[in-house]
Design a protein around this ligand. Structure first.
Ligand code: GLC
Length: 533
């Protein structure tokens, strides 16, 4: 394998939602020692880096995305020492560690905000976004919180409103204030010094807001039933001028350490997303690519178009990445069904660029069903249909009580999926044809193949409308991937006299040579072939 690429380009990233991975101390909530105890599993699986959703002290109004101390660990998850142990043990196993960094807002219980709200003249007043009421005494403008309702909350004692684009307990920091920037960069350095390999940076697209605080325009396409946040077009809060300077600052800071990565959460259309690589590729290493998550139809032609559009839009030298789901979005196995979940693992792990996997995808984990009163997500308060709890259920380790997530007798913070007795790590490790074994095999083939880790991407024309076929090539190594997104058998015909050697079928039941002129695929089957370049 060539060494001209970085680990975050050749590797596969695995997202852990710490509350839900493994509860080592029986309080119903996952923790750092729990994650450390599963590092051998992650190594066995074959991923390269672990991204942990926030582990910092927090009142948990938004499950850790509301931080009171950026340089410590929440006691629920353990101690700073547990974090160091985790980091050390991960590095021992050649696993990189990426922490979640939340720059847009703190908790309202963060000492900065506590000071900021003390008085209009407090030193920290300008660290957050305070505005006078409108002439009628109401909020300063029409901006909406992404969690519903006005983005402004009135603070009686000081007679001003503060801005929160998320929960009322998540006041937005003022990134136009150089002191805020410096303080946040100090927080980043704290972890980089400790050996953390990078950050997934939260909610970046809204970091700066319109300096004139103009009203957002109404969205003419909005209709009742659509998410409330779509009612207005977030014109004056998203992707504002000045963002790229901040991105360059963050990147420059990161570059003073060796081999660290910045992955940016930027909910933007592809063209605007691409600008966050930076004109000189000097901004975010990997702006998250959520194309697959938002695809309205999961069909071969739509998937192909998405891949081609994204590949074409990438700036020269920019490295792609692919995501099927995360802690905010419906699980892929629920969106596409059990059968196609296998196919999507092959897709994710054979496209060009860094795959980012969400915990449990390797098992085919599904969304859970919850009653409204069982929901914990702040987003569910007014709109249970938008609850993210269903995708955050405990990892399914084995067939024992609570799927082995919490010690027997303890109730996990969210219910375990009802299918846990068949769908769990222990059972799937025993079943040579499980989706877990498929994922592991795909990760192993990917790791050993320059064509898959480094090679170019090219779509391959063929007749079957339900199949998506593409080629990955690196010098003389070439792989062909043929995915059948229908439940019916299909024959893929390429104008070639040659044969290909099957490296993997999603059904895990065949290998050997097949003619490229007649590749038979069963319903929902994908095959990965080695072919002559
Ligand atoms: C991001 C996170 C989400 C969180 C929000 C506010 O979108 O992924 O979980 O609620 O930011 O921090």
């Amino acid at each position: 394998m060539t060494h001209s690429h970085s680990w975050w380009q050749t590797g596969v990233i695995y997202q852990i939602y710490p509350r839900s991975f493994l509860d080592s101390n029986g309080d119903g909530i996952g923790d750092l020692p729990g994650i450390t105890s599963k590092l051998d599993y992650l190594r066995w699986l074959g991923v390269d880096a672990l991204w942990l959703s926030p582990i910092y002290p927090s009142p948990m109004a938004d499950f850790g995305y509301d931080i009171t101390d950026y340089t410590n660990v929440h006691p629920l998850f353990g101690t700073l020492k547990d974090l160091d142990t985790f980091l050390h043990e991960a590095h021992q196993r050649d696993l990189k560690v990426i922490l979640d960094f939340v720059p847009n807002h703190t908790s309202d219980e963060h000492p900065w905000f506590q000071q900021s709200r003390e008085s209009r003249t407090n030193d920290k007043r300008g660290w957050y976004i305070w505005r006078d009421p409108a002439d009628d005494g109401g909020p300063p403008n029409n901006w909406q919180s992404r969690f519903g309702g006005s983005a402004w909350t009135f603070d009686q004692p000081s007679g001003q409103y503060y801005l929160h684009l998320y929960d009322v307990k998540q006041p937005d920091l003022n990134w136009r204030n150089p002191q805020v920037r410096q303080a946040m960069y100090t927080n980043m350095r704290f972890w980089l010094e400790r050996g953390v390999d990078g950050f997934r940076v939260d909610a970046l697209e809204v970091l700066l807001k319109d300096e004139q605080f103009r009203d957002n325009p109404l969205n003419p396409a909005w209709k009742p039933g659509d998410p409330p946040r779509r009612r207005l077009i977030e014109h004056y809060i998203v992707d504002q001028p000045g963002m790229h300077d901040i991105m360059q600052e963050m990147r420059a800071l990161t570059e003073t350490y060796d081999q660290r990565v910045l992955i940016g959460e930027l909910a933007l259309p592809v063209e605007r997303l691409m600008s966050y690589y930076g004109e000189q590729l000097d901004e975010i290493h990997l702006p998250f690519n959520f194309q697959f998550v938002h695809l309205p139809t999961w069909e071969a032609h739509a998937i192909r178009q998405t891949v081609e559009g994204y590949e074409a839009a990438l700036p020269e030298g920019a490295w792609p990445n692919w995501v099927l789901g995360n802690h905010d979005m419906s699980r892929i196995a629920t969106r596409v069904g059990r059968e196609q979940a296998r196919l999507t693992q092959m897709l994710l792990l054979t496209l060009r660029g860094t795959p980012i996997c969400y915990y449990g995808e390797e098992l085919g984990m599904q969304n859970i069903t919850l009653a409204h009163e069982e929901m914990q997500d702040p987003l569910a308060r007014e709109h249970p249909e938008y609850s993210r709890d269903p995708v955050r259920s405990p990892m399914q380790w084995d067939g024992s009580a609570h799927a082995g997530f919490s010690p027997a007798g303890m109730k996990p913070w969210l219910p375990v999926a009802t299918d846990y007795q068949i769908s769990n790590v222990a059972a799937e490790q025993q079943d040579p044809r499980s989706i877990l074994m498929l994922t592991r095999a795909l990760l192993a083939v990917r790791r050993s193949s320059d064509a898959l880790t480094l090679g170019s991407y090219q779509s391959v024309e063929q007749e079957s409308a339900t199949c998506f076929v593409y080629q990955r090539q690196y010098v003389h190594q070439c792989c062909l991937v043929a995915l059948n997104f229908s439940a019916q058998d299909q024959v893929v015909t390429l104008p070639s006299q040659r044969q290909g050697r099957i490296l993997l079928s999603t059904h895990l039941d065949r290998e050997g040579l097949i003619p490229l002129s007649a590749m038979h695929l069963r319903g929902n089957e994908g095959i990965l072939l080695e072919v002559e370049a």
